[in-house]
Each structure stands twice: as C-alpha cells, then as structure tokens.
Design a protein around this ligand. Sequence first.
Ligand SMILES: [Zn+2]
Length: 309
Amino acid sequence: MKKFMLFAGLIFVFMAAGSLAIGEEAPRHPGLTKIAEGIYSYLDEKNPAPSSSFGANAGIIIGKEGIVVVDTLISSKEAQRFINEIKAISDKPIRYVVNTHEHLDHSLGNSDFIRLGAVVVSHANCKKNAEAAASTILQKAKNYGLTDELLQGTKVATASLTFNNRMEIDLGDRKVELIYTGASHTDGSILVYVPDARVIFAGDILFTDVHPYMGDGEIKGWTNVLDNISAMDIVSIVPGHGPLSTKKDLQEMRQYLLTFERIGRELSAQGKDSNYIAAEIIKAAPKRQFFEVFVAGNVAALYPQAPKQ
Ligand SMILES: [Zn+2]
C-alpha cells in the first residue's frame, strides 16, 4: 500500500510539475559536460523521471591509463547511452566503475560496464546492502514505473573490489581518492575526489534543488560529511541530483537537513501525522524544485512514531 501511494504520488508530482509523465518519451539528454580537464559530469537535472534515473548524475574522470566512471544510472539502457557518449570523447579503456552508494538510480547499470572489462568498486557496506537487495531491486524499479522494456538487459551486479575507509585509484598522471563518509545518506556512501582538479563527486550526500531521498539516512552523520566537504579544497561539486554545485549548496543542504530534523522531531512528538509534518518541513526548508513527494516518506522513515495518513 505504501509503495502504491508513493508511486501514485510520483505520477502526480511529474504531471503537476508539467514535467514528464511516466511513459512519455524523455527529451534529449544534455550529455557529458566538461567541468575540468579530463573530468565530465553527466547531469540531467531537468528530467527527474524514473526512466531517466530520477535525474541522477554520473560522471567520468579520464587519466593517462584509462577512465574511472562514477555511478552507472538506473538501467542497461541508461548505461548504454552513457557508454556511447564516453566512447565519443575518449578511446581509453574504462578501468573502474565507482558506485557512490547502492541506490538503484546509481548502480543498476553496473553490468554493462563489467562487460567492457571495468572493475566495480564500492564501500563494503554498499556491496553488503546491494547484495541484500539484489533479489528485489528490479521489482522496486518497476514499482517506480520502469517498464520491462525500459529495464531490458538490466542485470544486478555488485562490486568486486571493496574498501572500508579510503582507497586511491592511480590513473598514471592523476589520482582519484575514494573517501568513506560514515553513515549519512546511506551507511555505504562514499565521495569521489580528484585533488588535481579540485572536483568532488558527492553522490547523494548532496541534492541541489531536489528534495532528498532520506529513507536510509542518518542526519547527524550526514551534516558532518557536508561540513567535512566544505572544509576541503574544491571548486566544483557534482551532486547526486541537481545542477553542478558549489560550497553554497552544501550549506543549503545542511540547513535543509537540520530544518527537517527540528520540525520532524518536534511535530512527531506532538503526534502529528507524516503528511502534516512534511508540509511544514517544505514550508520552512530551503526551496526545492522536484520530489516533494519524497518528504512524507522521509518523515515516516525517520520518525516512525508519527502516525501515517
Ligand atoms: Zn541515493
């Protein structure tokens, strides 16, 4: 029932926002965008439909020895579109795929990259969570409106290389640092940092202009990570969803989470229901363009004592 309500809510939001209704043809993807020498983001902030990976961002880092891909989108079709664009700008081998975390819109394209010889890397908890969800994740994608056709060829694949705290990938002329965040957006989330270009891929630690999905979230750890990124030497941040970002967006995200926590805790203690609490959070938190529908679900996940309507 809960899933159905979420699904129905998503359709409503897409139609109400004048955005894509599920099943409509997606507009042309803006494609790979150069953000630094040899670093491209794959942003799609204008199209948050489930079939377009909920507008999830991915990216690539090109070095002398090959390419590191950050996240693989929601389906084989999405991954193939991404792969074709990578091949159009570089003939170097895709050595590694890094999953910033296990959520379906960031990882269901893994197997298409493995077929090309890439090694999938993630945090150990990300792999553990992905394995636990492996038998149900394609059905979950269908519950969000992805058809069999959209999911054609999609096979669940988890990392073959994991780490716990930090890992470094050496591409010959540049290094890519993978940094565990601790429990935050998920308990297996990582940051992908390219120090020579001062660029960071934040995964879903950062949602810019999009209400975050917080169903697996831990707010204290999450705000700590945002503070840690703010203290780093960076000029560009690729968020998990939304446009290319800066440190100002980290502060807004932090404010959003703290507002969510303050109102959520206070009103759930008063016995208010999750829809009421969500409406109050939306009024008070920094404005977001997409995914209001997630807020009530986030409240229900983080404050299970709040009665559901
Ligand atoms: Zn996520």
